[in-house]
Design a protein around this ligand. Structure first.
Ligand code: FES
Ligand code: MG
Length: 590
């Protein structure tokens, strides 16, 4: 083992409390009931937390129950003492009304654990969408050394000879079912086939995107995020991560020494090159704010759009996680950005070296999966930022705009990129499901579907509902998507080019609140604008009708969430939490 500096870790204030033998005795004794000795706890070794996000109700992260054993081995071998504890579970697909509320809840719980218990450094186990930002936000608030260990995606799914990816198969089957091409049994069958093993979504949905972002931010070991959950390298990565965090504790390598404006700009570009989830926007903004890094909506406009799509993975491309890993994963994508001079490669990382140094020799061997920067799958394929009288901010994921969609809506000669359509407005997803097939709405292929009341306060929690499918009659006629707009989000696995994350949302009086079915909406992708063509006097008049109603809160957290949450453009953070950063500098009282 290398020579280490002598460090008095914060856990000593519990286990070796100056002049408080009574407290030290209390702190120590109960750990012995599972076999830890007082000598271990008083040896001066760092106590390394393992923030366990896996459980039976977080199946995407359940692999961490096994991986934690290898993390422990690594921690022990490197001279630390592991202590595993649970994080509030988050399971994207199953949590009603939406898992979005739980990012901030898990964040808050984790802050209290990391601060209030004798933990010197932490391994953040991540996987399902929001488990990654929640952990990183908490580690930044507390500011103790932290490293991210992804659980990894599931193996590739296959169904009737085709690759079927998590989530994406649901959106595609949903359209086939409505068009009468498959029955309900076949729908369930295809869905089951997309989930062949332990792990998180195997598409470039929000989970793979956010784990890639953690790696891009420099917070996990090189190559960590893309290793499929069941692969041998996953367990090996768990071991190495356990080893590394012990050194990081001695080096005092905290999030505040790693995360910079440059690292977040790298993350924004990486998401574009991956064809990553639109949920990356609020999560990256939230992580930046908790890290004290200035990042604005404008940064998405300036750095987030003009990025080529390099990764051929569903929903923007063809393949799934196994091939992405074999093609070199995130380091190979970052290598492309670096070679093209698009990466801030001096940004720091958990290896203790600048991120650029970690990328040496990481060129992809599979150019069908990860293209060269100079020959991408699509040019300018990142997120477009839009604004107008419907909202101050919304984004559109351009990597999933299909050729058919572009032809139908964005290719009118002389007005390329400009589209005008009749609005069909729904107050929340229930209203959409009730009325989408109502013939009275007279929805045709020129209509724009709008859902409001789906934002952080409205839903509450900002629901993944903006990727609304057309009415069955249009689907049967072969119209598979209409333009959609909403103040909610959509699943990262969706291939819909929606305009979403609209802020401010309808529930706080954003422009969407004053839109009416039948109004004309004008979208101009060249100017980055989206407006209802309704004059100001009429809008003022409609304000007398009041904000469209939203459901009441039914749990204490729904109530508190609504009182504290901000809008999606700024990350949907718990606003009162943002003033707390580096809280570890103020040791908690006995
Ligand atoms: Fe959990 Fe996709 S639903 S990772
Ligand atoms: Mg999701």
């Amino acid at each position: 083992m290398v020579d280490r500096p002598s460090v008095r870790f914060r856990s000593r204030d519990w286990f070796d409390a100056p002049d408080r033998i009574d407290m030290t005795a209390l702190y120590l004794e109960r750990f012995m009931n599972y076999g830890i000795t007082p000598q271990e706890l008083r040896s001066g070794k760092p106590i390394i937390g393992i923030a366990q996000t896996g459980s039976d109700i977080s199946p995407c992260n359940r692999i961490h129950l096994d991986l934690a054993k290898r993390v422990r081995d690594g921690i022990r071998d490197a001279g630390g003492i592991p202590m595993e504890f649970p994080v509030h579970p988050i399971f994207e697909n199953c949590r009603r009304p939406t898992a979005a509320m739980d990012r901030n809840l898990a964040y808050m719980g984790l802050v209290e654990i990391l601060y209030g218990y004798p933990i010197d450094a932490v391994v953040l186990t991540t996987g399902c969408d929001k488990t990654t930002p929640a952990g990183i936000m908490a580690a930044s608030t507390v500011d103790i050394p932290a490293i991210v260990l992804s659980g990894g995606p599931m193996l590739d799914g296959w169904h009737e000879g085709d690759l079927v990816g998590s989530g994406t198969v649901i959106w595609r089957s949903r359209r086939k079912l409505a068009a009468g091409l498959i029955d309900e049994e076949e729908f369930l069958d295809a869905a089951a086939s997309s989930a062949p093993s332990a792990g998180h979504c195997n598409t470039m949905g929000t989970a793979s995107t956010m784990n890639a972002v953690a790696e891009g931010l420099g917070l996990s070991l090189t190559g960590c995020s893309a290793i499929p959950a069941p692969y041998r390298e996953r367990g090996q990565m768990a071991y190495e991560t356990g080893r590394r965090i012990v050194d990081m504790a001695y080096e005092d390598l905290r999030p505040s020494k790693i995360l910079s404006r440059e690292s977040f700009l790298n993350a924004i570009k990486l998401v574009g090159a991956l064809g990553g989830s639109s949920n990356a926007q609020p999560h990256i903004n939230a992580m930046a704010r908790h890290a004290g890094v200035e990042l604005t909506a404008d940064d998405w406009r300036i750095h987030g759009y003009d990025v080529p799509l390099l990764v051929n993975m569903q929903p923007a491309g063809k393949y799934l996680g196994e091939r992405f890993h074999r093609a070199g994963g995130v380091p190979a994508v970052m290598w492309e950005l670096q070679q093209a001079g698009k990466l801030f490669d001096k940004a720091m990382s958990v290896t203790g070296r600048p991120i650029g140094e970690n990328l040496e020799g990481r060129e992809s061997p599979d150019r069908e999966m990860i293209t060269p920067y100079s020959a991408p799958l699509k040019e300018r394929a990142g997120f477009l930022v839009l604004k107008g009288n419907l909202f101050d901010f919304a984004i559109m994921k351009t990597s999933v705009i299909s050729e058919e969609f572009r032809q139908r809506y964005l290719s009118e000669p002389g007005r390329e990129g400009v589209y005008e359509g009749r609005a069909i407005v729904f107050d929340g997803p229930d209203d959409y499901h009730e009325r989408i097939n109502d013939p009275a709405l007279n929805i045709d292929e020129r209509c724009i579907l709008v859902v409001r009341g789906a934002g952080p306060l409205g839903f509450p929690g900002s629901a993944e509902v903006v990727n609304m499918q057309p009415p069955d009659a249009l689907l049967k006629a072969g119209i598979t998507s209409l333009p959609t707009i909403g103040d909610g989000r959509q699943s990262g696995t969706s291939d819909s080019p929606s305009i979403l994350n609209a802020s401010p949302e309808s529930a706080v009086g954003g422009g969407l609140a004053w839109l009416r079915t039948g109004d004309t909406i004008r979208i101009d992708l060249n100017q980055g604008t989206c407006d209802m063509l309704v004059d100001d006097a009429e809008i003022q008049k409609r304000k007398a009708d009041g904000i469209p109603p939203t459901p009441p809160s039914y749990t204490p957290w729904q109530e508190m969430y609504r009182q504290t949450v901000g809008q999606l453009d700024s990350g949907g953070c718990m606003e009162p939490a943002l003033k707390y950063r580096g809280v570890v500098a103020h040791p908690p009282r006995h």
